[in-house]
Design a protein around this ligand. Structure first.
Ligand SMILES: [Zn+2]
Ligand SMILES: [Zn+2]
Length: 136
């Protein structure tokens, strides 16, 4: 709990019940969650708009990051601590069997060098396969 409070404090976000619940849920999940999954897990104490706004404020402060999937799905996960990986570039793993997305966050890496005149705005690396739970 203290960790959640300090995360909010560090990013100058007030402790609203919804923010606390969303962070707790993402912390416990162990894999990235869709907005619908987050809502399902925190129950119906908060309406859609509140949850949506909470996610927006977290994205803005880089408390969480989003992972876009083929087919338009978006998942959210806590961002790696800035001290560990000062860029938020890290590998994501998508399980083709259970559709879970994991942050392989300790494996930070540099953006590949681009040709002169090119400027990167975002960079995603998604590995697909089967996760520990689904490996046959
Ligand atoms: Zn799996
Ligand atoms: Zn991630």
């Amino acid at each position: 709990m203290n960790e959640i409070f300090s995360l909010l404090e560090k990013n100058k976000l007030s402790r609203t019940p919804c923010r606390i619940e969303v962070l707790k849920t993402l912390k416990l999940a162990g894999s990235a969650l869709s907005e619908a999954e987050i809502r399902e897990k925190i129950g119906d104490h908060f309406d859609r708009t509140t949850v949506y706004r909470t996610l927006r404020s977290f994205l803005k402060e880089d408390v969480i990051h989003s992972i876009s999937l083929d087919g338009g799905g978006v998942r959210y996960a806590l961002s790696p601590h800035k001290e560990v990986a000062h860029s938020s570039h890290h590998v994501h793993f998508f399980c083709n069997d259970c559709n879970s997305v994991y942050c392989i966050s300790h494996q930070a890496f540099e953006t590949p060098e681009l040709p002169k005149g090119f400027m990167a705005e975002s960079f995603d690396l998604l590995i697909q396969g089967s996760c520990r739970k689904c490996k046959k």
